[in-house]
Every structure is written in C-alpha cells, then in structure tokens.
Design a binder for this molecule. Structure first.
Ligand code: DC
Length: 230
C-alpha cells in the first residue's frame, strides 16, 4: 500500500466538542493510529511561552514562531493504552492541557507560517493500517482526500457544561459563565482566521452532539465508517 492509499478519517470541530474522546474510541475499534493535531499547536504554544515568557503573541516575529514549530523535538509514546507526549526528554502530556496553553495555541494557530511548518509533521502520521485525525482543518486542508470527514458540533453552552463537569469531577473550581465566554472567544478566533479557519469540509458529515452522549456519537461515527471504509 502506498502512503496515498492509506485511509484517513477526519474528525473536525470546535473546542470541547469531544473530538479527542470519539477519536480514541473509534481508533480503538478499528486498530488505527491517531493524530491529535491540536496537541502540536499546544506544544508549539508551550515552547513559545518558554522562549518568550510574558510576551504577547502578536508582538512576536512570525518566522521565528514558525521555526519553533518546525524544530520541535516531539514524540508520542503509547503506554498502558494512553498516549504520552514528550518534548525532548520531558513528559508534557498534562502540561499542555491547561486553558492558558489552549489560548496561546489558538493564537499561534492563526499564524500561517506556523500552520505551514506543522503540515508535513501532521501528514507523517499517516501510516498503515489507517489514521483518525482530529482537529480544525483535517478535512479541509491537511487530508482533503480523506475517505470520511466528520464535523462534530454542539452549542457553546453544552460544551462549557461538559468542561465544567470534567473540572468539578477533578476537584477543580470553575465558573460556568467564564467557560462559555472563553469558548466563544476561542471559536471566534478559530473560525474567523485567514488561514485554514474552522469550518466543515464541503463533503463532511455534520453531527450535532448537543443532545448525544459519547456512546451515541461513537455509534453514529461507526455507522459512517461501515458505509465508507471497506
Ligand atoms: O483541539 P485543541 O483544543 O487541543 O486545539 C488547541 C488550539 O489549536 C485550538 O484553539 C485551535 C488550534 N488548532 C488548529 O488551529 N488546527 C488544528 N488542526 C488543531 C488545533
């Protein structure tokens, strides 16, 4: 099988819609590889925040930011069914998941040379027997020939509510209305940037998950997988 024959399923959608969870569930059922493309923007954000502490992203030189993205020494290692992410020798799996890094990630992701720098790295994840890629532009830019493109959506209130519950379950204090506000800001930035804005591919199947639980969404995606993937 040549690389271009390896099947890809794209799962795109806004922050907090559950792409990562569904991606893992589907990958497990199929025995395929995963690309969590948001993690690459988050790792870039982490490195930028270390190289330029306290500096606003829009004051930084774009080509310098692109060089950071290009030269990241990242590795993904599977351990006990979990994906562990290393930056050099450092385990940064948890470190990149906070809201601050998410917000910086959304800002560096709006910079075209940064997106360009991460393109080849994302495509390199395409290996047999297949790939499930989650992000914002998987179906529109990174894998336009994907065999199946799914766009997950849900209201900002519902996504914030899910996030709120997750944080509470972990014993972390959170404020629902500021979570809704943060999601709206992130949606606005991701949907309205010049390069590769978040939007469904023309040939994507749109699933509104507002009223659905994880199992129902996974079943719906698996239904489309059975239709499209031999
Ligand atoms: O999915 P996430 O929350 O981990 O992504 C973090 C940020 O990275 C998100 O706000 C937008 C950006 N991103 C992107 O622009 N394109 C992708 N394919 C994935 C993420």
């Amino acid at each position: 099988m040549t690389k271009s024959d390896v099947p890809v399923i794209c799962l795109d959608g806004p922050s907090g819609v559950g792409k990562g969870t569904i991606c893992l569930a589907v990958a497990k059922k199929l025995g395929w590889h995963i690309l969590d493309s948001g993690s690459l923007y988050r790792i870039t954000a982490l490195q930028v925040s270390r190289d330029f502490p306290e500096q606003a992203i829009n004051t930084l030189d774009e080509s310098q930011l692109a060089d950071i993205a290009k030269n990241l020494s990242v590795s993904y290692v599977e351990k006990n069914n979990e994906l562990v992410i290393f930056l050099g020798e450092e385990d940064i799996t948890q470190l990149i998941r906070n809201e601050e890094i998410g917000s910086i990630a959304s800002q560096v992701a709006a910079i075209s040379p940064v997106r360009e720098a991460l393109l080849a790295r994302q495509r390199a994840f395409l290996t047999e027997p297949g790939l499930i890629a989650d992000g914002r532009d998987m179906g529109t830019v990174v894998f336009p020939k994907a065999v199946l493109k799914i766009y997950l959506t849900a209201s900002a209130e519902e996504r914030a509510q899910r996030r709120y519950k997750q944080l509470k379950d972990k014993g972390i204090d959170a404020n629902l209305s500021s979570l809704v506000e943060e999601l709206r800001i992130r949606d606005d930035r991701d949907m309205n940037r010049k390069t590769a804005p978040l939007k469904p591919a023309l040939d994507a199947i749109i699933i509104d998950t507002t009223e659905l639980d994880i199992k129902q969404v996974t079943n719906e995606v698996m239904h489309w997988v059975s239709q499209r993937v031999a």
